[in-house]
Design a protein around this ligand. Structure first.
Ligand SMILES: Cc1cc2nc3c(=O)[nH]c(=O)nc-3n(C[C@H](O)[C@H](O)[C@H](O)COP(=O)(O)O)c2cc1C
Length: 223
């Protein structure tokens, strides 16, 4: 599949149901090599990636599910969100959550269904590959900019091969477990996970396309 730039950018959406179909490791290598063309401050390229597949993928998923089921928590390596969160951002996040739950027919008070939905993060939505994105410990905010550009390139590059992704900060909520299971040293921060696989086109959840805020809400033209 070859997409033009506009189509690639606009058609990329997070997928949350994947087929039971393995990915050729060479494909992952190609996508990562493309992605590393991302801009970074002074070409520092601070990103590091761990490609988790096969038995390690299954082990990581199992242990993360156990942590979730037994309500164990860990401190993240970094603060994801500003505190307090401005109301307009809360509104957008709520809207996204509500619409996804509506599509999945999960009621507002259905705690069990919401828990099961959350747990799907840790079964990696059945994706065969979990990418872990790491930065050197004590990275600054600018390094996260570099990482974001790189991650977007990864997600776009995957489309070329008919693959899809779901970036997952949820995986970075268990940084110690991720480091231990995957043999990642303590001097690396776990920034995000990302499920990667062939999307299940028949899955209703994969039809979800969140809306975007109107340009006038976030763009100012000066002349
Ligand atoms: C850094 C980052 C972390 C995310 N973490 C999660 C996650 O843990 N679980 C999840 O289901 N989606 C996660 N998402 C996906 C967002 O919910 C999604 O990008 C957003 O709703 C916009 O939808 P789209 O990606 O389909 O365009 C994450 C996205 C980003 C960029």
């Amino acid at each position: 599949m070859t997409l033009d730039i506009q189509n690639a950018i606009k058609s990329r959406h997070s997928k949350r149901s994947f087929l039971d179909k393995q990915i050729d490791q060479k494909t992952i290598v190609t996508v990562l090599e493309w992605a590393q063309h991302a801009a970074s401050s002074k070409n520092t390229q601070p990103w590091e990636v761990v490609v988790v597949m096969g038995e390690t993928r299954n082990k990581l998923s199992k242990i993360l599910c156990e942590k979730l089921d037994t309500k164990q928590t860990e401190d993240m390596d970094y603060e994801y969100m500003m505190d307090p969160v401005p109301d307009y951002l809360i509104d957008r996040a709520r809207d996204c959550g509500h619409k996804l739950f509506e599509l999945k027919k999960i009621g507002r008070r259905d705690i069990e269904a919401r828990r099961a939905h959350n747990k799907e993060n840790f079964t990696f939505f059945n994706a065969p590959v979990q990418l872990l994105f790491c930065l050197p410990a004590e990275s600054g905010r600018g390094n996260f900019l570099d990482m974001g550009l790189f991650m977007q390139n990864v997600m776009l590059g995957l489309l070329h091969f008919g693959l899809a992704s779901c970036p997952q900060v949820s995986i970075a909520m268990y940084p110690n477990t991720v480091r231990e299971v995957c043999g990642i040293p303590d001097d690396k921060w776990i920034v995000s996970g990302m499920s990667v696989g062939y999307p299940d086109e028949d899955a209703l959840v994969n039809t979800y396309v969140p809306t975007r805020a109107p340009l006038s809400e976030w763009t100012t033209f000066l002349d």
